[in-house]
Design a protein around this ligand. Sequence first.
Ligand code: NAD
Length: 503
Amino acid sequence: MATTGVKTYRNYIGGEWVDAVGGETFESTNPATGETIGVFPKSTEEDVDRAVEAAKAAYEGWRLVPAPKRAEILFRVAQRFVDRKDELTELMVQEMGKVRAEAGGDVQEAIDMTYYMAGEGRRMFGHTTPSEMPDKFQMSVRQPVGVVGAITPWNFPIAIPSWKIAPALVCGDTVVFKPATDTPALGERFVEIFEEAGLPAGVLNIVHGGGATVGERLVKHPDVPLISLTGSREVGVKTAQNGAALLKHVHLELGGKNAIIVMDDADLDLAVDGILWSAFGTSGQRCTAASRVIVGTKVYDQVASKLVERAEKLTIGYGLDEGVEIGPVINKSALEKIDSYTGIGKDEGATLLTGGEVATGNGLDQGFFYRPTIFGDVEPDMRIAQEEIFGPTTALIRASDIDEAIRAANSVEFGLSSSIFTRDVNKAFRAMRDLQTGITYVNAGTIGAEVHLPFGGTKQTGNGHREAGQAALDFYTEWKSIYVDYSGKLQRAQIDVVESPAP
Ligand code: NAD
């Protein structure tokens, strides 16, 4: 692809837009058309070191800005996201490939998150609690930690950075942000908005480049105490190992193998709507995508045939075109991986009910399009039912009752999202209690998180932290307990015991 007239982007370090020290570049391309979106600095460790230095210097001032004043900048950022929603949405369709409505939802999530976290500037509650001693006051307060390394994937290129960066900033931390190399233009635009809103120099920096160089240097840098990474399990494990050497706080949001359970008593049309949206929305490239559907044996055939019929009617194409429901997958290697899992499914003895091939013709040949794919007769232990494919492929599994359904749902290493369609309140409550995931939906698909509830998964989906909601503050701050003794004498806790009044 020609790069004439293509915009060249820079890193943003200490309030300046700068080239990478080594001068090398990489390109970002449109996964639907192959067109070049822009040219970006392929940064080195030296660029990371400069950004960390800037963020560390800025931290000393930023941590002392009163939280409600930090929040005022975030309110302005949120308003700018609103003002530029259409432009960001269009760029997201071009750079990442999701269809217009979903790209708008991604930007909306950043708007919601930024407003929500701005509100924390006037809350960020700690506790006060009575002392066991007379004339003594005590409280716990949240304190910022320092420089955050925010490392993000390409599938939510505006929303996920906001999940990390908005809470970090309101809490008083400063940030070095490394976006995915598939969506760097969106990363740049994200940071530009904070600059426009008046964020002081050095508080938020962006360094473009690969995971093995820029990402790993951030994780290993001694002046970056907090790492928040969303990505694959493999990268998560490596990041945890690298961070452990310096006892860093490492927050990981990793893969999923999410299941929708459809009980025999469910509203089947509603369930089919939920499955289609959850399995094929964003071409299945959501960490919460429903890549498994566990169906009651009595309704299995009905659900399978309704699903196949509806999946075959979905319109595949360029996300900016009217009526398109399924966009491309992110790149060639993703397309090849997805297709290889079709082969694996067939070899394992599952029945390919529809799809299972690269979509071509009708203007699709320049992009990475895959047909919505449904496998039937899948056993819970097959690879297509265990491994994250991250594409528009879902696996139908039979279950004779709620126990078997929950057992199958829980039989994977991941634990992000789950769902049950049922009209039986007893089964719904069993699912809410027993599904081993961080998120469970009742009578909805596996997608639909809102920003004021914790987001994250159990088991190998993460390491116990959560994004979003009040829970996010726990990662971006540390608790400090403060004791104020106004008795005028030395009172020794647990030793100078005050007797309780006699009965
Ligand atoms: P990825 O793991 O390939 O990359 C994620 C980020 O980590 C990128 O910015 C990448 O450059 C960086 N990276 C790669 N190697 C690194 C290293 N050694 N050290 C530091 N950083 C490194 O993932 P991806 O393909 O961008 O995203 C897809 C994955 O993300 C899927 O597994 C998906 O389930 C997961 N995901 C999870 C959530 C969640 O909240 N749980 C949300 C979205 C995506």
